[in-house]
Design a protein around this ligand. Structure first.
Ligand code: SF4
Length: 615
């Protein structure tokens, strides 16, 4: 039996067997019976990363609450496990029942990061499911995908049967009901896909044709039938307080990246940073009430035994009732050994004060994200903070006793000059001065300045921009490095080659799928892991498929160019994005729309959908 072989012969030979065993507290083990729908969530990275993902935690329990559905999990096997699985002919299996993944009705991938795409192909191959959607048989599972990267689905169009746009809680039950209905009627796979394509938010790429102009740009994307929608609208939860949130969460045996209760306080973000895809695709802002969150926190602490609650969202310090929530959580859990944590990115002295209440003892480190070194460039990207805001926040942090500060920056931003880059080092120097003012010397201080490279992402005001060439990004990294002095300042930067590939894939059309497939065939997987990443192999894959990566990454787009993702409607209009881009070039910032609505488009997206700024 497969389960016995896995437990007795395979797992004793791998590095971390707990990655593949399941059986954690609050995992759900259901007996499969005839007529039930089998769904497996597939996370294209290792267990420790996947188990930190909030979306899976929500949808796993939501689906398992249905009596007619069994929902299990599978993660990408690490290289040692893959080797032994291939050698011993063990197919990819689910954690809960150790059932081969190919026996499920649905395999649902979450797309969090483009550099995990080769893992998707690898997992399908290990499962014995044909890589190409067109080659799957009636008995193959439906391979589906959702998550932020699905908002440009085209680079994976060849491999995925259908994509889900928007918030899974809103649509997953309709998908399961439709599937059951189709099965009851005895419909074929092709007919099932047609039915799925009529669910709002579902995109079946095989039912759409992409054509190209002579210069290689996209001409259009059209459905094959007149009754299919021209645009696929994302699905959005209207009322967070009435939306599903699990009262139990799986407690892993292994240390995961976020090994604590994740309490999602709101969705969306109103700050409008012009480089930020999440800030555009997750609009509008919808908050849970603090009373609702307190009740959820009580239930989650009692069902998991965790001693830490993390308040998560895109910008948690912006939550309207942050003080009420934090003080009520502190009241509720004081003396019970349960701590609160908050990602510390808001540059505001008042919020440092709140942080101090939370981290009274630990003071583990505080993070700010000025993103750019000069006020001019911060206005271009719409990062509405001044140097004074930053220094006031840093001053408060030092006063309260913090000694470790992290500052996040981005390089390669539109209109950036060397003076803007000099500003990064100068900001570091100013932080040192502030520390000296507070403490008299630099003893104990560590300031880590970290620079990632700008990737012009779909559905943002900068989607028309070119990414700097890799040579230029290397030069910029070295320039900053040469200006940063003193042992208290550390400078770290991201691998430029990864940012380059991320730009190619995130902006890719259907032809990019050939490169992903070729790279996987040549051995690429776990591309975001240093020990596995092989840039040369990716470059060979581009050469062999005749695809020019610079066409996707380093080319500035004409304003009227059709994008591979134009048929996906995220609610924010192209007119708004163009307006914001023009304002960027004029150096004009735009209000945070918590103050008033700046008409991004989501206000007219769907009846009954209310955004924060419209209240
Ligand atoms: S609808 Fe208005 S308030 Fe809401 S995100 Fe868009 S611009 Fe901001």
């Amino acid at each position: 039996m497969l389960k016995d072989r896995i437990l007795n012969e395979i797992l004793p030979c791998v590095e971390k067997p707990a990655r593949y065993i399941g059986n954690e507290l609050n995992s759900v083990h259901k007996q499969y019976m005839d007529g039930m729908v089998r769904f497996v969530f597939a996370f294209p990275d290792i267990y420790e990363i996947g188990m930190s993902h909030l979306g899976i935690k929500i949808l796993y329990h939501l689906l398992n609450e249905r009596e007619d559905t069994v929902c299990e999990r599978v993660f990408a096997p690490w290289v040692d496990m893959e080797k032994i699985m291939r050698k011993e002919g063990i197919p990819l299996f689910s954690l809960e029942s150790m059932t081969p993944v190919r026996d499920f009705d649905f395999v649902g991938f979450t797309l969090q990061y483009e550099m995990s795409y080769t893992n998707i192909l690898n997992m399908l191959d290990l499962a014995g499911i044909p890589i190409n959607a067109a080659e799957r048989s009636e008995s193959s599972p439906l391979v589906i995908a959702g998550g932020p990267c699905a908002y440009n689905p085209e680079p994976l169009a060849q491999f995925v049967d259908f994509f889900v746009m928007g918030e899974g809680e809103e649509v997953i039950n309709e998908i399961i009901d439709t599937y059951k209905d189709c099965k009851d009627k005895g419909l074929s796979r092709k007919e099932i896909l047609h039915c799925m394509a009529h669910i709002d938010g579902v995109y079946v790429p095989s039912l759409y044709i992409m054509t190209y102009n002579e210069d290689g740009t996209v001409k259009n994307v059209k459905p094959v039938d007149v009754d299919l929608p021209l645009k696929i609208k994302k699905r959005v939860i209207k009322d967070m307080n009435n939306s599903y949130y699990p009262e139990k969460m799986i407690v892993p045996y292994l240390q995961t990246v976020h090994d604590r209760i994740m309490l999602e306080i709101f969705r969306g973000c109103t700050r409008g940073c012009r480089f930020c895809q999440a800030g555009m695709i997750y609009r509008p802002v919808r908050e849970r009430s603090w009373e609702n969150l307190l009740e959820l926190a009580r239930k989650l602490v009692s069902s998991t035994g965790y001693d830490e609650i993390s308040l998560v969202s895109l910008s948690s310090c912006d939550y309207t009732f942050l003080e009420e929530l934090i003080y009520s959580l502190i009241d509720e859990f004081k003396g019970k050994g349960v701590g609160i944590s908050l990602p510390s990115l808001r540059i505001d002295a008042a919020y440092v004060d709140i942080f101090n209440k939370i981290e009274e003892v630990r003071k583990s480190g505080i993070t700010f994200a000025p993103e750019a070194g000069s006020q001019r460039l911060r206005d271009v990207i719409n990062k509405n903070v001044t140097e004074e805001d930053l220094m006031n926040a840093v001053f408060s942090a030092f006063k309260f006793g913090w000694r470790t500060i992290k500052l996040y920056f981005m390089i390669g931003l539109p209109t950036e000059t060397d003076e803007d880059l000099d500003g990064i080092a100068e900001l570091g120097e100013r932080v040192l001065q502030v520390y000296k003012e507070v403490n008299g010397n630099l003893k104990g201080l560590t300031v880590t300045m970290s620079a990632s490279s700008f990737v012009p992402k779909p559905h943002t005001p900068f989607q028309w921009e070119a990414q700097d060439s890799m040579e230029e990004l290397y030069r910029k990294q070295l320039l900053i490095k040469s200006k940063i002095r003193g042992h208290a300042l550390r400078f770290t930067y991201h691998d430029v080659r990864l940012s380059f590939l991320e730009a190619v894939i995130s902006r890719g059309d259907r032809r990019v799928s050939m490169v992903i497939k070729k790279a996987w065939e040549k051995g690429c997987r776990f591309d975001s892991w240093n020990e596995c990443f092989n840039f040369e192999t990716w470059m060979d894959a581009f050469k062999e498929t005749g695809i020019d990566p610079a066409f996707y990454a380093n080319r500035k787009r004409e304003e009227n160019e059709v994008f591979p993702w134009d048929h996906i409607d995220v609610g924010v209009t192209k007119e708004f994005l163009k307006r914001e881009r023009r304002r960027a070039y004029e150096g004009k910032s735009t209000f945070d729309c918590r103050k008033f609505c700046i008409k991004c488009g989501i206000q007219d997206f769907e009846e009954g959908l209310k955004c924060y700024g419209q209240n």
